[in-house]
Design a protein around this ligand. Structure first.
Ligand code: NI
Ligand code: MN
Length: 247
C-alpha cells in the first residue's frame, strides 16, 4: 500500500505529504488579496522538505523567497529552472537551498524523484511597477515519484498539449493536478481531455476562481470528466481539506 496526503491551498498551491512524511509544497502562494480568502487559516507550510516552482509568474513563485529563507531542514531545496534560481539568489535565498533543473531532468532528494516536464505557458518574473519583467525561462510541470507513494503530476499552468500522452507513457502518473480556470490555461473540458490522455486514476482541479476570478469551475470539470473519462476519481477539496490517496 502507498499513500499521499494532498491539500489544495488555493490557485496552484498544493501541499503534498508523502508516506515517508516528506512534505512538498508546489507553487506556494498565500493568496491574501483582500476579498479573497482562498488560503485557509491554520495550515502549516513551514515544514517543507522541498518547494517546487513551476514558472516565474507571481502567483507561482508566490511566497517562495520567505519560505525558503525560513526553511530549516538540512536537505531543504527549492527546485526550479535556472532562470528562476538566479532570481531567487538575487532575492537572498542561499545557493545551498536552491536546485536548478530543466525540462526532462530528474533530481532525487531523500529518495523522492522529482522530474521537470513540459508546460505550454510563459514564465516572466515580476514586471509590476518600476521593476522590469525578468526572463523566467520556460514554464514547467513536475512529476513526483517515490517508492512509498503514488506518482503525482502537477501540471503547473498549461494548455492541453500532445506531450501529455508521452508523459503518461514515461511517468504513469497515478494522480494528476490540472489547471481548469481558463483565460491563462486550459478550461474544464480541455482539462478532462488532458486527464484522459494522462490515464491517471485520480485528478484534482487547480488554478480556478480566486483573485483572477478564473471562470472554469470544478462542477464543470466533474461534468466533463463524467463524459470523457468516467472511471477517474475527481477530487475538488475545499482549500486546506486533506485528501488521502491510497493505492
Ligand atoms: Ni502562469
Ligand atoms: Mn498562474
Amino acid at each position: 500500500m502507498s499513500t499521499a496526503a494532498v491539500q489544495w491551498l488555493g490557485q496552484s498551491f498544493f501541499k503534498i505529504q508523502l508516506q515517508n512524511n516528506l512534505v512538498i509544497l508546489v507553487d506556494p502562494w498565500k493568496d491574501f488579496t483582500p476579498g479573497n480568502v482562498l488560503f485557509p487559516q491554520g495550515v502549516a507550510i513551514d515544514d517543507a522538505d522541498m518547494i517546487l516552482v513551476t514558472h516565474g509568474h507571481f502567483d507561482h513563485i508566490g511566497d517562495t523567497v520567505a519560505l525558503a529563507k525560513a526553511a530549516t531542514k538540512p536537505h531543504f531545496k527549492v527546485l526550479c529552472n535556472f532562470e528562476i534560481m538566479i532570481y531567487l539568489l538575487s532575492q537572498g535565498v542561499p545557493q545551498e537551498k536552491l536546485q536548478s533543473m530543466n525540462i526532462g531532468g530528474t533530481v532525487t532528494i531523500q529518495g523522492v524523484r522529482i522530474s521537470m516536464v513540459y508546460a505550454r505557458h510563459s514564465s516572466g518574473i515580476g514586471g509590476f511597477g518600476p521593476q522590469p519583467l525578468l526572463e523566467g525561462g520556460d514554464a514547467a510541470g513536475f512529476v513526483i515519484r517515490s517508492e512509498q507513494s503514488p506518482t503525482i503530476y502537477h501540471a503547473g499552468d498549461t494548455d492541453l498539449n500532445g506531450d501529455m500522452a508521452l508523459l503518461a507513457d514515461r511517468y504513469e502518473p497515478y494522480v494528476s493536478i490540472l489547471p481548469i480556470g481558463g483565460i491563462f490555461t486550459m478550461d474544464p473540458h480541455d482539462a478532462a481531455l488532458a486527464a484522459r490522455m494522462l490515464r491517471s486514476k485520480a485528478v484534482f482541479p487547480a488554478h480556478y476562481g480566486g483573485t483572477f476570478k478564473l471562470p472554469g469551475t470544478p462542477e464543470e470539470f466533474t461534468e466533463a470528466m463524467n463524459k470523457v473519462a468516467p472511471q477517474v476519481a475527481v477530487h475538488a477539496p475545499k482549500p486546506g481539506e486533506v485528501v488521502t490517496i491510497t493505492v
